[in-house]
Write a protein that binds this ligand. Structure first.
Ligand code: NDP
Length: 280
């Protein structure tokens, strides 16, 4: 079996560069068996980082993940997220406890603030630190933070412990290459790329078909290999069916050439000035 490449979190802990998303899972009972089989196949293949959130399917995605990882908790690097409306000093602790119950585990490996809301960051940080002390989470991070948000966070006492920033990144959403990605890389904070295949919308782009044909690969594999060409980036595609999961895993074998990347750049040019952070 192929060894999945890893990168190091600021703590020094290694995590796989390719993980599994779960947004939109647990929304259709007819798809449930496939979704669980897909997550479990992912674990078998070493895609042991699973990303979920209290928001997804109103908690039902976490419940589904709990079912998929039952008996295999120690294999998994579990990521979940707290809603900004639950990010207060005590509310975040309660929200985390509800997530733990749905996930049927005693700890979340990485707990993220889903996006910035009205609660002062310092309060959320206090809650995260209390959760770490209590052993309920092992690391904390953020999502959808732009460079100014990151600078503000890192300026707060304890803020430099941020383990990741999870943001939208794929070849049709390259804004972060201009500023956020280099800033995070300089600080050793990995980015987690969400919607790495733009929820399927970019798969019909002719450039992907062209590059894929040269490698005997698929457009999704090219899109994923393209995200993963960057150092310090983790991709978390969501696959609700085992065939997609396997295909995405096999993207790890694909190495894009400089010619492939140049061709992709012509179709999807890199940013030449700052752009507001995009989100879904
Ligand atoms: P993705 O870019 O991962 O696309 C998922 C869609 O692509 C699904 O419809 C899936 O279908 C399909 N798909 C997956 N693999 C293939 C393949 N090989 N060929 C063709 N189609 C494929 O979008 P997501 O928005 O789901 O992003 C990934 C994860 O990132 C989320 O699930 C979530 O965990 C996280 N996320 C975080 C956000 C945040 O604000 N922090 C926002 C958005 C996402 P099928 O299910 O049928 O396999």
């Amino acid at each position: 079996m192929m060894q999945v490449p890893t990168l190091k979190l600021p703590s020094g802990e290694a995590v796989p560069v390719l993980g599994q998303g779960t947004w939109m899972m647990a929304e259709d009972a007819r798809r449930r068996a496939d979704e669980i089989a897909s997550l479990q196949l992912g674990l078998d293949l070493g895609l042991t980082l699973i990303d979920t959130a209290e928001m997804y399917a109103d908690g039902a995605s976490e419940t589904l993940v709990g079912e998929a990882i039952a008996g295999r908790r120690d294999e998994v690097f579990l990521v979940s997220k707290v809603l900004p409306s639950n990010a207060g000093r005590t509310a975040a602790i309660r929200a985390c406890e509800r997530s733990l119950a749905r996930l049927r585990t005693d700890r979340i490996d990485l707990y993220l603030l889903h996006w910035r809301g009205n609660v002062p960051l310092s309060e959320t940080l206090e809650a995260f630190e209390a959760l770490v002390r209590g052993g309920k989470i092992r690391h904390w991070g953020v999502s959808n933070f732009d460079p100014a948000d990151m600078a503000e966070l890192e300026g707060l006492p304890g803020g430099a412990a941020v383990a990741t920033n999870q943001v939208l990144y794929n070849l049709s959403r390259r804004g972060i290459e201009y500023d956020l990605l280099p800033a995070c890389r300089a600080r050793g904070v990995p980015l987690m790329a969400y919607s790495p295949i733009e929820q399927g919308r970019i798969l019909r782009q002719p450039v992907l078909a062209k590059v894929a044909a040269r490698h005997g690969a698929t457009p999704a594999q090219v899109a994923l290999a393209w995200v993963l060409r960057q150092e310090g980036v983790i991709a978390i595609p969501k696959a609700g069916r085992p065939a997609h999961l396997r295909e995405n895993h096999d993207a790890l074998r694909l190495r894009l050439t400089p010619e492939d990347c140049a061709e992709i750049d012509r179709a999807f040019p890199p940013p030449t000035r700052p752009r507001p952070l995009e989100m879904l």
